[in-house]
Design a protein around this ligand. Structure first.
Ligand code: C5P
Length: 237
C-alpha cells in the first residue's frame, strides 16, 4: 500500500526541515508544512522542501473572500503541493472558487491539481467556543454540516480528528480523502494531543492519510520512528 503518513515539519528553520525530510525520504508518504513554516520562510522555504521530490502537504488553511482565496490558491499551485487546505466555514462559493482556481492554475502550469482538503471545526474549539462565535447547534452537527457542504462544493476531502473519522467516512462514503492528525503510535508520548489513535486504528476507522509530527520529528532517530510506523501499518490487518 502507498504510505499514508505525512510528517508534520513544525519548525521555522528551513535547514532543519530539509534535514529531517531528507532522513525520512522513502519512509513516509510525504511531508507537511503549515503556517508556522510558511510565515517564516515563504515560498522559497517551501521550494527548498519541494525540491527533495517528496509529496508535499501545504497546510495554509485559506479563509477569505472567494476572489482572494482563488488568487492565493493559484499562487500555491505554483509550489506543486499534493494537498492543500481551506476552511469550510468560508462557505460554498469560497470553496468552489478554490477548487476552480486550483484546476485552472494546474492545467496552465502543466502540473497535477493539488487535492484540496477542508477544515471543518478546528479541534481547538470547544462547544462553548463555537457558541461564542454564534454557532447555535452542537459541535458534531457543525462538523457534519460543513463536511457535507465541502463535499458538495467539490472539495477532495477533509482534515478531521481521530474522534470524527469514522462518522465522516460513513457520511461521505469511500471517495474523499480523510487526513487525520492526533496520531500516536503505542510507543510514543501523547504530548498535548488529547484524543489520539494509533496509526493502524485510524486507518481501520477510515482515514486515508495520517499527519504525524512529534512521534517522528522528536524521536532520537526520526528515520527509525518512521520505519516503525511503516512496519506497523504494513502488518495491520
Ligand atoms: O506533533 P503532532 O503529531 O501532534 O503534530 C500534529 C500536526 O497536525 C501539527 O502540525 C498540528 O498543527 C496538526 N493538527 C493537529 N490537530 C488538528 C489539525 C492539525 O494536530 N486538529
Amino acid at each position: 500500500m502507498t504510505n499514508p503518513v505525512f510528517c508534520a515539519l513544525d519548525t521555522t528553520d528551513t535547514a532543519e526541515a530539509v534535514r529531517l525530510a531528507r532522513q525520512l525520504a522513502g519512509l513516509v508518504g510525504g511531508v507537511k508544512v503549515g503556517l508556522e513554516f510558511f510565515s517564516a520562510n515563504g515560498p522559497e522555504g517551501v521550494r527548498a522542501i519541494a525540491a527533495l521530490g517528496m509529496p508535499l502537504f501545504l497546510d495554509l488553511k485559506f479563509h477569505d473572500i472567494p476572489n482572494t482565496v482563488a488568487g492565493a490558491m493559484r499562487a500555491a499551485v505554483a509550489l506543486a503541493p499534493t494537498f492543500t487546505t481551506i476552511h469550510a466555514c468560508g462557505g460554498a462559493d469560497m470553496m468552489r472558487a478554490a477548487v476552480e482556481a486550483a484546476a485552472e492554475a494546474a492545467a496552465k502550469a502543466g502540473v497535477a491539481r493539488p487535492r484540496i482538503l477542508a477544515v471543518t471545526v478546528l479541534t481547538s474549539m470547544s462547544p462553548a467556543d463555537l457558541a461564542g462565535v454564534g454557532v447555535a447547534g452542537g459541535l458534531v452537527d457543525q462538523v457534519r454540516r460543513l463536511a457535507a457542504l465541502a463535499h458538495e462544493a467539490g472539495v477532495d476531502g477533509l482534515v478531521c480528528s481521530p474522534h470524527e473519522v469514522e462518522a465522516l467516512r460513513a457520511l461521505l462514503g469511500p471517495e474523499p480523502a480523510l487526513m487525520v492528525p492526533g496520531i500516536r503510535p503505542a510507543w510514543a508520548a501523547s504530548n498535548d494531543q488529547k484524543r489520539i489513535l494509533t496509526p493502524a486504528e485510524a486507518m481501520a476507522k477510515g482515514a486515508s492519510h495520517l499527519v504525524i509530527g512529534r512521534p517522528i520529528t522528536a524521536a532520537a532517530d526520526p528515520a527509525l520512528a518512521a520505519r516503525r510506523i511503516q512496519d506497523e501499518l504494513r502488518a495491520a490487518p
